[in-house]
Design a protein around this ligand. Structure first.
Ligand code: ING
Length: 313
């Protein structure tokens, strides 16, 4: 019996800095209804889908931005989304800024993804591991990318969960550029990798990369999908958000590495694909049969060494 499901990418256009949570949630619910029209079973929202990408501004005291974070999920603002999704029987992945309090009462701030099944049950939570950008104000930049000021890396790394008839993993934005992300999920048998992103088209440390933003975006996700025999859903919050042009081009990618659905606008748009998760086996059981072909004795440096160390002169 093929394990089929319809996955949807719920791309978003810009969220204004002063857009209210209820206005944003109304947009998310509208995307849910469009997803229903497309018979979607699992809808993937972008990274930080509830707010503007606030790390583009630097405020010394992060508590000034507490209103962009959520301590509970769902909460009063987001309950309408969770209730409507349950009513429609659609599972979803929601990106948001999280404040979590640990056992010792210490607050931690994470860039978080929550996976919810079609019955409204929480399946799993992922907290972004690769935090890009910088931690201090950098005046030379046209706009900041101070994610390291606002978020800690997720301490639990990359998890996978049995859900939607398969094995699902998540990653957030910069995570998608690192091959280790996909391989750690692939080593847990991930068949569906959900990734949200907010990616400015201007990369201040090296603007020569700007023209390749779209190419690099698809390159890394197509490679990750193919090399791990998994479907990848890459979902943008794009368009010109508070003056910053950001990449759209959301995609659904097959384990072959082929793009099987792609957004064509810069705004709120749902693209979907009916997938057969058994198709993952076409790659996982042949070319990328990890158990048979991987040579772990040759891979030690990948975890032993952080930065590159060339051979001595
Ligand atoms: N954004 C980035 C990403 O990896 C970035 C970092 C910023 C890349 C600007 C290129 C240009 O797509 C996030 N949010 O991780």
């Amino acid at each position: 019996m093929p394990r089929r499901l319809t996955v949807g990418a719920a791309q978003m256009g810009p969220i204004a800095r002063d857009e209210s949570k209820s206005e944003v949630v109304a947009r998310l619910v509208a995307l849910l209804h469009e997803a229903k029209n497309q018979q979607v079973d699992l809808l993937v929202y972008p990274e930080l889908a509830l707010t503007t990408f606030f790390p583009r501004w630097f405020v010394e005291d992060v508590s000034e931005f507490d209103h962009f974070y959520h301590r509970e999920m769902p909460d009063a603002d987001t309950k309408p989304l969770f209730e409507e999704a349950k009513h429609l029987g659609i599972g979803f992945a929601l990106g948001y800024a999280e404040i979590a309090v640990d056992g010792g009462g210490v607050e931690h701030r994470y860039n978080t993804y929550l996976l919810v099944d079609g019955d409204g049950g929480a399946v799993g939570k992922f907290r972004k591991v690769h935090i890009p950008g910088h931690a201090q104000y950098e005046p030379w930049r046209q706009f900041q990318h101070a994610e390291r000021h606002y978020f800690e890396p997720g301490p639990a790394g990359f998890g996978a969960w049995r859900a939607f008839g398969g094995i699902v993993g998540m990653a957030i934005c910069n995570d998608r550029r690192w091959p280790e992300t996909y391989r750690v999920l692939g080593l847990q048998g991930a068949e569906l990798i959900l990734i949200g992103y907010n990616t400015p088209l201007y990369y201040a440390p090296d603007p020569t990369q700007n023209a390749l933003a779209g190419f690099h975006n698809h390159l890394v996700m197509q490679a990750g999908a193919y090399q791990n025999g998994a479907f990848v859903v890459g979902v943008a919050k794009g368009g010109i958000e508070e003056g910053v042009e950001s990449l759209s081009q959301s995609v659904i990618i097959a384990p072959s590495g082929q793009i099987i659905a792609q957004a064509v606008t810069l705004g709120d748009e749902v693209v979907s694909a009916a997938v057969d998760l058994d198709f993952c086996g076409t790659y996982k059981k042949t070319l990328f049969d990890f158990g048979y072909y991987r040579m772990t004795e040759a891979y030690g440096l990948i975890t032993e060494r952080r930065g590159a160390e060339p051979p001595p002169e």
